[in-house]
Design a protein around this ligand. Structure first.
Ligand code: PRP
Ligand code: URA
Length: 211
């Protein structure tokens, strides 16, 4: 149904954890922990194409040539606020990744993204970037963030979400066909408030306990 740029990661662990997030009775602590765990699991797939190099290592038995990461420069860019919940999970896997921040919120009337903050690593143009946001609803926020990051000269950008609506995937594929999307689930539709149905509610509020 989707082309090869859309990676729907339906691993049993991801499906199980996503179901816990959906449950309205899941509290802030558990919600936050699971968003981070999902990001770490998705990171495994999103970094599958990282280049390797050989290094020589002396084991207790002998010496040999073994694989190590070739030192590709990475950055993760969470979309504030909810994207912050995914940073820890990624940084645990890739401790050398730099972190940029982009602040966007959806206007409650128009559902269009409004930018309020941006701070990128100085060498962002030389880095491969993974944009983080748990929710891809209309796709407006992620598309705007990717456009912004491309403005710095970044050439290789991936998008990592927890849950998407078909509308959000269509938006990214139209605006940024070069971007790979990694997501643990794709739901049925958006409701009249542009929330994902059945979804998991407002990810930012559930991560930060603001409602
Ligand atoms: C949520 C979510 C995404 C955006 C997705 O953020 O975290 O950034 O909505 O919707 P879209 O695909 O239709 O743009 P929100 O605007 O609620 O801000 P918050 O993270 O500060 O809660
Ligand atoms: N943002 C959210 O946090 N949840 C949705 O369902 C849609 C946008």
């Amino acid at each position: 149904m989707y082309n090869e740029k859309v990676h729907i990661l339906d691993h049993p662990l991801l499906q199980h954890k996503l179901t816990i997030l959906r449950d309205e009775n899941t509290g802030v602590k558990e919600f936050r922990e699971i968003v981070s765990e999902i990001a770490a699991l998705e990171c495994y797939e999103a970094t599958r194409d990282l280049p390797l190099a050989d290094i020589e290592v002396k084991t207790p038995i002998t010496t040999g040539a073994f694989k190590t990461l070739a030192g590709k420069k990475l950055a993760v860019v969470p979309i504030l606020r909810a994207g912050l919940g995914m940073v820890d999970g990624i940084i645990k896997m890739i401790p050398s990744a730099k972190v940029g921040h982009i602040g966007l919120y959806r206007d409650p009337e128009t559902h269009r993204p409004v930018e309020y903050y941006c701070k990128m690593p100085a060498d962002i143009a030389e880095r491969d970037v993974i944009v983080l946001d748990p929710m891809l609803a209309t796709g407006g926020s992620a598309s705007a963030a990717i456009t912004f990051i491309k403005g710095y000269g970044c050439k290789h950008i991936k998008l990592m979400n927890v849950l998407a609506a078909p509308e959000g995937i269509a938006c990214i594929q139209k605006d940024h066909p070069d971007v790979d999307i990694y997501v643990a689930g794709v739901d049925e539709k958006l409701n009249e408030h542009a929330y994902i149905v059945p979804g998991l509610g407002d990810a930012g509020d559930r991560i930060f306990g603001t409602k």
